[in-house]
Design a binder for this molecule. Sequence first.
Ligand code: FAD
Length: 317
Amino acid sequence: MSVQQSSKSKVSVTPLDLESAKEPPLNTYKQKEPYTATILSVERLVGPKAPGETCHIVIDHGGNVPYWEGQSFGVIPPGENPKKPGAPHNVRLYSIASTRYGDNFDGRTGSLCVRRAVYYDPVTGKEDPSKNGVCSNFLCNAKPGDKIQLTGPSGKIMLLPEEDPNATHIMIATGTGVAPFRGYLRRMFMEDVPNYRFGGLAWLFLGVANSDSLLYDEEFTSYLKQYPDNFRYDKALSREQKNKSGGKMYVQDKIEEYSDEIFKLLDSGAHIYFCGLKGMMPGIQDTLKRVAEQRGESWEQKLSQLKKNKQWHVEVY
Ligand code: FAD
């Protein structure tokens, strides 16, 4: 199936001025003068058997906080900073999970994918609400119409390189790290953007705990059906699947499974992106190093070449 044929089923968007800009917008709104936006919707993304809660939050910025895919918004939760009485809370960053057109395709919204940070007392094992995450709970508890203080957009590391519309993009996400990739994939496969007709390969590896924890699975599965030549989607469900040694299945195990293809794609110029919790990187780096050594290559040299070529993109938190 060619992209041209299937572009019929895409949503046509009226190109925003952002399409002709040479640089992404950066820090249009800062901590001292944030933009007051409005919550449009908050939707729980995960099923009942998921450990923890992750929500999809659509924010109406009225077209006043434009951004590019892969950037982040800052959110200042309401209330007082406990460390600085009288002062507002510090900004928390959240990767934007929509394209620049937003989920309503009109350039007026931005979406976030937020995991509610809950604190369990290590001794009693009980939840201690006084220590729950301030901003993630504010966002997951928000109601349509609530006001929200936004800063940003920020970040350039995860911008989607678009010079070559036929490039390969390998995306490795754990949990909410899928946010920027949802934005990329909507731009590639859902929106009909006149100046970006994607004809390359997008390959998403998503690591979560179990099937109930999958995020945006329906959306991604629909691209598989529509664009089988342009999209690949592999899931690592740590609590449901076993790796080849009988242990839990993590994204690095999936990377290892496809390492020959991944290394070949990287050698041909593919971009590789990592997003999610910081803890994901050591296991992934160890796997890549081991695979490189098995292939008789030096991982250090390869990594420095990938960085030099701007093929290596990491945003972990
Ligand atoms: P905070 O109130 O800041 O608390 C932090 C943690 O400390 C919580 O787990 C809390 O339970 C715990 N805690 C609180 N009090 C105590 C105590 N007394 N003792 C021990 N522990 C305590 N997150 C997402 O969900 N989605 C994203 O897309 C996303 N993107 C990000 C992008 C970037 C570039 C960065 C840097 C971060 C991103 N984050 C994202 C993380 C996000 O910015 C916040 O760090 C996260 O939501 C937690 O913030 P919070 O205000 O809820 O928790």
